[in-house]
Structure formats: C-alpha cells, structure tokens
Design a protein. Sequence first.
Length: 458
Amino acid sequence: MIIGGGPGGYEAALVAAQLGAQVTLIDASGIGGSAVLTDCVPSKALIATAEVVTMASESGDLGVRINGQAPVPGVVHIDMALVNGRVKKLAAAQSQDIEQYLRTAGVNLIHGRARLVARNRVSVSGSFDGDEIDTDVILLATGARPRVVFGAEPDGERILTWEQIYDLPELPAKLIVVGSGVTGAELASAYNALGSEVVLVSSRDRVLPSEDADASAVIEDVFRRRGMQVLSNARAESVTRTDHGVRVVLQSGEVLEGSHALMAVGSVPNTGELGLEEVGVRCDPAGFIATDRVSRTSVQGIYAAGDCTGVLMLASTAAMQGRIAMRHAIGDAVVPLDLKGVCANVFTDPEIATVGWSQSDVDAGLIDATSVHLPLATNARAKMVGLEDGFVKLFCRPGTGIVIGGVVVAPKASELIYPIAIAVDQQLSVDQIANSFTVYPSMTGSIAEAARRLHLRS
C-alpha cells in the first residue's frame, strides 16, 4: 500500500509491481504529486521560456540583429497567458503519462485520502469512503506543501506561493520574492528574464545560502547585472494586499511596494492527518517522518519516502527512497541511500549543479581534499556562445586523486554534472577523467582540464 502519488510513491509502485507485489496506490491530489503538477515540471517549463528570452536579449555580441538593431533586454516580449497555459498543459500531460504507466504495470489506483488504522491497515476516504484495507507493507509518500507565514498569508491573486503563480493572466509588473533559497532564486531569475521588475528579499548575507559560496556569488552578480534588486540580511515582517498590489514591510522598517509577492519561505510536510502518532511512527519536531537509509520508519513494515521525510527535498531523492523501500521490503538486493551520490541542481541562469562533498565540508574539516576552480570564460566553446559567467570546481583526495565532489556553474549545468557524478559514484581518479577524450570544443572539456590541473598539483 503506497500513500501518495509523487515521485517517491509512483516510482516505488513501479518497482514493487516489477518485483511481483500486488500494489495499491492511494492519491488525493493527482498522480505525479507537486513535483509534476505544481513544482518541478511547471517551474522548469517556465524557466525554459525565460532562457529563450535571455538568449535573444543577450545575443547582440554574436552578431544577432532585430530589425537592424542589436537586441537589448526587453526587446522580446512574452504572452504570460500562453506561457502559463503551456506550463499547465505539460504538467497535466506528464501526470497522465505516469498514470497510464502505473495502470499498464498493474498498479491499482485509488483516488482518496488514507489514514493509518494499524501497522498493517489503512482507512480510505474518497472514492472508497469508509473502507479499510489490510496490507503487508505501507509506504508513506505524502510530500510537502509551501510554508505559510503569519502576516503574509497568500490569497492566490497578489500574494502567491510557488504553486499559485501559474494562474496569473499577465506578467507581474513588479514582483517581490520573499526568500532566496532554491525556489526563490529560480523564480526570481525566471521572472526577471521574462520582463518583470524583481526584488529579491534575502534573510541571509547572500542568495542561495546553502549552495557553494563561489557559485552563489556568481549568481548574485548576474542577478544584479541584469537589473534585479537583491536585498541582503533583510527579513519580511508582513506582506499585505493593497488596492493595486502588495506592501511588504521589512523588520528594518523599510517598506516595499509591488504588484505581486511570491512567498518562497520553505515547506512543511503533509503528515498531520495520517494517524502516525496513533500507530507509533516517529516524526521530528518539524513533523518530518524519521527514516533510516533504507527508508524504514520506527514501525516495522511502514516505510516513508520523499519530501515528507525532509531528506534532501528533491524529486530524484524521493524516487530513490521509494525504490529502496520497496526492494528492502520485498527482499530484493538493495543499496542504502548515499546522499553523497545525489546530484542537485539550481535552475537559475546560469544553473548551479553539485554532487558529493562540498567546499563547506572541506572548510569545516570534515574531509581532507584538494580542489581546483576553473573559470569557464577560458573555455573555447564558452567563448563561441558568449558565455562569461560560470566555472567548474573539482574536489579529490590528496593521496589517491579519487574524485569526491564537484560544482558546475553554467548553462545546462544539470547536464554537465553527470560525468562528475559518475566519477564520485564509481570512485574514479582525476587521472582517469583527464585521460578520457572530450569533444573539442565543448563545455565538458573544462571538466577534463580541471582534472588535469589536479594531477599537476598532486
């Protein structure tokens, strides 16, 4: 029995069905969960449009001319209703594809809400109202939702969460983004490119405070250069609606006026009405379900995966947690979750991709490592496409040269990080990377060059 149809739930269902289990998946909000319907898929589709606008606006040095003139920011305009319509259509289509895949695999789908009655029993409200279903194994994959702050409650029209922005009929004239974590930075980057005036309110001394400091510095510099107003060490005290927009009051007393506000201040788990306490499933003080590396909870036979566990709130991590849970529960060979092998990406422009041990780990003395920082501005392919911002950073063990981590800041860094992820996972050395051929010219050439420089240092 799987409760929740997001990546943690539907990937687990497919694995369990493949291994011969009779699988029922209960979902209340739509197959694919927030990752497909309101978060990852729609936001990255929106960002794809923003990338095209940026490319058009910044292509003057490449010889591009529009009506005889070099393009400038603002020369390309978008139809927000069409953009959002496309975004929602893509999300719905992806959800339908996953649902069909599940049905083809033999998974029984129930639309409704589930609650734990016992260690091996679930009650369902909805299409099977009042039914109780016995099961051998339960996987909780109920996800999370945007955190709502008192004094800044969203209304879905002017004060918005990231789940509500795709209903906007027009581009916000002035968007105030509260929160400079991954979601806030991504959407601030996108709307700035699309043509909104954007103010990014960061409660920390830099945007993306959990990312590599060098990477954050690049992104913040790009934001400011492209006209975004970034307020550091600023905390919103209240966000209220006015006659024609929104009013944001900071703790410093400064008042910001805008047409819309986007609240990107974290997530809370959907665990409050599952009956967890009654059956003994342990949660942390924030409500996230406690799990081990094979997704087991504190109750035998009950597993959990995805954002409801608070373990690296990424769709890829949720999916892996779900797969691991089912393999363990059914008795298949299983490799426990290793967070150092997880690739993460921030879809700003440029993107930030990371894997393995980080600069902060090295600085804190958690691991001894040698590193190299190679700007992409020296890369031949980067020069050809007019790329000036970004870098490749590699970390390796000083004695063996084994690659233990990396950072890429570049357009499509989410694609470039993969060879580094393979190196980390397979414990390859910098020499093995350096001795592998790359295409010339290519961005991946900088990964090989970084590896060669680490060899020289060792």
